[in-house]
Design a binder for this molecule. Structure first.
Ligand SMILES: *[C@@H]1O[C@H](CO)[C@@H](O)[C@H](O)[C@H]1NC(C)=O
Ligand SMILES: *[C@@H]1O[C@H](CO)[C@@H](O)[C@H](O)[C@H]1NC(C)=O
Length: 419
């Protein structure tokens, strides 16, 4: 919701009503790492996520808080506004004049913004735009057809959830007593999260069913890259055949974090060592074991796994990193200063070649169309095209760039926003 708002004439009566209910003015810039309960979270039409707290907001997953009025200029008309109750991004492909608009809810009013401008005619009473939906909401989140039965919005107030069908404007009220009261709700990578305190809980948007192992601390997932929260490094990274990336760090992965915990049926609380993908499968290496998953929607563990790494690839674990380059059946395994190559087409599989690396300890590595990235602590090293790496000794590899791991995460993960 990066919204540069046109100045719109707003009734002074409204300004008054906001000033009366203002109970959360934040003069000091809040620190996300301190454990914040967000008022609202929503992405804008470009996929940039906005986190609202009091009269501040954060743009994306890292960086400092900004005053909301810098981005939402019209909101400043309400001098004592102080907060946003709820926000979501409309999913309504049948109406291009509505699709991807950001809706902000303040007390009994709703504001619709598109490309940083307040839409004509807004703000409106919430009931004018969303009949049957109450004022003073706690949270809201969009739910496109396919995830909900039809394009819908879920509104939260206390224990009550209002399921609003966008086409028919029908409202169904449900009581999801098992879910914590959500102060904000967020759809991220087709999953639904209820934020409460500085924790969050995944829920199913139709049944309300809560995912296993929740709640979790939002600071470890949605704002981790911001430096005060932690030093940035990676444990393992790969991309599957569809280009979907998985990056692992500590007890979570930075992206599809949630997948990892609930889907990789292994104990990942102290991290994974290495991961690579091959032939629509994801190979996850931890200690002496390798786990192979189908890279489908369910990440099914293939029968017979985990197996000892030695049996599968001919290398004694543990390893530090692993990667493959597209179009070559060779996996590279990095262990300390050594890198082994193993031909996956050979039986039995064994080390074909061993080379020395100029690093004592590599955290993670990946190979893409633009070259190889080797992650070492808070930095990563980018090498020339993968074919050079696969055909020659590493010592002649040319480092193109040395960059911050954080920069990589920001570029390849956080900026993706919502798909
Ligand atoms: C935003 O609000 C602050 C504090 O109320 C004020 O000092 C500042 O001028 C405002 N900024 C804009 C862009 O309106
Ligand atoms: C949750 O919301 C209900 C109202 O639906 C309220 O009675 C209850 O106190 C709230 N719980 C917390 C922990 O705020």
């Amino acid at each position: 919701m990066k919204l540069l708002l046109k100045t719109v004439c707003l009734a002074s009566a409204m300004a008054l009503s906001f000033s009366q209910s203002d109970d959360s003015h934040y003069n000091a810039s809040p620190d996300r790492c301190a454990g914040i309960e967000f008022d609202a979270i929503a992405p804008d039409e470009k996929g940039t996520s906005y986190f609202f707290k009091g009269d501040h907001l954060w743009v994306g997953f890292s960086g400092p808080a900004e005053l909301s009025n810098g981005t939402f200029k019209d909101l400043d008309e309400y001098h004592h506004l102080g907060h946003v109750d709820a926000a979501f991004r409309m999913h309504n492909k049948k109406d291009s004049g509505d699709h991807d608009h950001i809706y902000l809810f303040l007390n009994d009013k709703v504001f619709s913004y598109y490309k940083h401008s307040l839409e004509k005619g807004f703000p409106l009473e919430i009931q004018q735009q969303f009949p049957g939906v109450p004022s003073h909401l706690d949270a809201a989140v969009e739910c496109p057809a396919g995830e909900c039965v039809t394009d819908a919005v879920l509104f939260f107030k206390g224990k009550d959830v209002y399921h609003f069908d966008i086409a028919t404007k029908m409202v169904k009220k449900k009581a999801w007593d098992h879910l914590p009261n959500c102060t904000s709700a967020f759809r991220w990578l087709e999953h639904y999260y209820c934020f409460h305190g500085h924790h969050f809980t995944r829920f199913h948007p139709v049944t309300g069913e809560v995912g296993e192992n929740y709640p979790k601390d939002a600071r470890h997932y949605f704002m981790r890259v911001s430096n005060p929260c932690s030093a940035v490094h990676l444990d393992a990274i790969t991309a599957d055949d569809t280009g979907k990336r998985y990056a692992f760090r500590g007890e979570m992965c930075e992206f599809n974090c949630d997948y990892k915990i609930t889907v990789w049926h292994i104990d990942v609380t102290d991290g994974v060592d290495a991961v690579f993908s091959y032939d629509s499968k994801i190979y996850l290496i931890k200690g002496n074991q390798v786990y192979i998953y189908k890279a489908d929607a369910h990440y099914t563990l293939i029968d017979g796994y985990p197996k000892p790494l030695k049996d599968e690839l001919g290398v004694q674990g543990p390893v530090d990193a692993a990667f493959m380059c597209e179009g070559e059946p060779t996996v590279f395994l990095i262990q300390g200063q050594k890198m082994f190559s193993v031909d996956l087409n050979a039986t039995p599989r064994s080390v074909k070649r061993e080379v020395s690396l100029p690093f004592t300890k590599v955290d993670a590595a990946e190979c893409g169309a633009d070259g190889v990235r080797v992650f070492v602590g808070s930095k990563y090293y980018k090498y020339e095209s993968p074919t050079i790496l696969t055909r020659s000794l590493v010592s002649i590899l040319k480092i193109i760039l040395v960059l911050q791991t954080e920069h990589f995460l920001n570029t390849y993960f956080y900026s993706l926003g919502q798909k």
